[in-house]
Every structure is written in structure tokens, then in C-alpha cells.
Design a protein around this ligand. Structure first.
Ligand SMILES: C[S@@+](CC[C@H](N)C(=O)[O-])C[C@H]1O[C@@H](n2cnc3c(N)ncnc32)[C@H](O)[C@@H]1O
Length: 242
């Protein structure tokens, strides 16, 4: 089984210590001073409370820097991002989109740029708070992010809905992910099978699952079609009547 590293909370100035203390308490994470981190936790995942907001850093990576999120419209040559937009551009904007694996909402952002309104759900409370802050800062208001387990939401989904799932894939390999996803893959335990199967049992007429090319997992039902990119494949389950 994959081993998980809980991030440590810290702060760079005394003025932010109180905020960092509250953050660590709210999310049941360990709080350490920057000095303690330098002394004996040089390889850890850190959530920094800085003047500019919440930042993340994986100290085990050489030359790492604290990072925030960059919500960017994709450039033409970025295949993965365009593939996601190509996938959703085939669907009617009247459909409600449920992103049941919200994470940093980077995918939800791309989908929202097509004109969809998104209901996004993230189960991990620290991650929810981090992403919510970034959505607010960037004035992104067509993504409604909630801190809930998506399994509880599935019964509320009606037929005119699209469920989007981006499960964390289970294979450990540094070269496969950007620093943002690395941080999530190291810090979160994901058991996506139940979420995938329950989504397939839901009333939603459309379900889109993002798969990494090396992930060979099969679902109980076969997708209606797939969109294949260099690194990821989107599996589409289209249950619309006509
Ligand atoms: C690979 S990340 C998704 C990244 C996201 N697509 C993005 O663009 O940032 C998977 C996320 O799904 C969340 N997740 C997994 N199961 C969940 C559930 N049952 N309810 C809510 N969130 C869940 C994990 O905590 C993790 O943050």
C-alpha cells in the first residue's frame, strides 16, 4: 500500500504564527517553526502561511520553491488541457457539471472556461481551504467548491448532469506529474474505485473519467468512447437517450 506523508504547517514571520496555528488546528496537521523544519525536517511537504496567502512546497525536491496555483487558459500546444476542453465542448451547456475530485480545480477551471457552471467537491479540508483561497483571489466565481465527500453527493445528481472524475493513479513515478499533482499524490490517500462505480450507478447521463496512460484499471462497464492524448485518456460514458 502507498505510504502517505501528511504535510506540515509553518509560517515565515511571527505575524503569521497565529494564522498558521489556527490552520494546523482546523485541519489536524502538525505545526512547526521554520527553524525546526530546517533542523530536522528538510525533506517534508510544507504548507506555508505567508503574507500573500497559503503556499505549498515539497522540500524533498531539489531547488523547490513555495508555489501557489496558476489558473491559465491553455496554449494551443498543450495537448492534455485541449483534450479536456475538446471532450466537454461536445456537451450541452445546460448540463450541470459535478467535479467529484476537485483537488486544485485546475481541470474544473478549464471546463468552466467553456461556459459550464461547476459544482466541485473536495474531501480533504486543508486542500479545500487552499483551493478556495485561490479561486477567490483569482475571482473565479463559476466554480462552487465545497468540502464534502462526493460519495454523499451522488444521490443528489439528476439525469441532466455530467460527472467528471480525475482519480489519483496508483503508480509512483516522479516523471509523471507536475509539482502540484506530486504534492497531492504524496499527501493524499485516494481509493477511487467506489467513487467511480457509484458514479456509474448514478442518474447522470454523462460521466467523464480521466485516466493516465499507464493506469490499466478497468471499470465494470465499458466506456462509450475514449479520447486519447499522449499522457492521458478521457473515457466517456454517454447514456443520453438521443
Ligand atoms: C488527482 S486529484 C484531482 C486534481 C484535479 N482534477 C485538479 O485539476 O486539480 C484527486 C482529488 O480528488 C479528491 N477526492 C478523492 N476522492 C474523493 C471523494 N470521495 N470526495 C471528494 N474528493 C475526493 C482527492 O482528495 C484529490 O484531491
Amino acid at each position: 500500500m502507498k505510504s502517505i506523508q501528511k504535510p506540515i504547517v509553518s509560517f515565515l514571520s511571527r505575524a503569521l504564527e497565529k494564522r498558521a496555528k489556527k490552520f494546523s488546528k482546523d485541519h489536524e496537521l502538525t505545526l512547526l517553526s521554520p527553524r525546526d523544519i530546517r533542523k530536522s525536517h528538510k525533506d517534508k511537504l510544507v504548507i506555508w502561511l505567508l503574507q500573500e496567502g497559503i503556499f505549498l512546497q515539497d522540500l524533498s525536491l531539489k531547488n523547490s520553491k513555495p508555489f501557489s496555483l496558476n489558473f491559465q487558459y491553455p496554449k494551443e500546444e498543450n495537448n492534455n488541457k485541449n483534450l479536456l476542453q475538446r471532450c466537454f465542448s461536445k456537451f450541452n451547456l445546460d448540463y450541470q457539471v459535478y467535479d467529484f475530485t476537485a483537488g486544485f480545480c485546475l481541470d474544473a477551471f478549464l471546463i468552466s472556461k467553456l461556459g459550464f457552471k461547476i459544482n466541485a467537491f473536495e474531501k480533504e479540508s486543508w486542500l479545500f481551504e487552499f483551493t478556495r483561497e485561490k479561486l477567490l483571489k483569482n475571482k473565479i466565481d463559476n466554480i462552487k467548491l465545497k468540502n464534502r465527500n462526493s460519495l454523499e453527493v451522488i444521490p443528489e445528481v439528476d439525469s441532466k448532469s455530467i460527472i467528471y472524475l480525475d482519480p489519483m493513479f496508483g503508480i509512483e513515478n516522479k516523471s509523471f506529474a507536475k509539482k502540484e499533482m506530486h504534492f497531492l499524490r504524496k499527501s493524499l490517500l485516494d481509493q477511487p474505485d467506489e467513487l467511480i462505480e457509484s458514479s456509474l450507478e448514478s442518474k447522470a447521463e454523462l460521466i467523464v473519467i480521466k485516466r493516465h496512460k499507464i493506469e490499466k484499471k478497468k471499470t465494470s462497464k465499458a466506456p462509450s468512447y475514449e479520447l486519447k492524448g499522449k499522457v492521458v485518456t478521457f473515457q466517456i460514458f454517454d447514456r443520453r437517450k438521443n
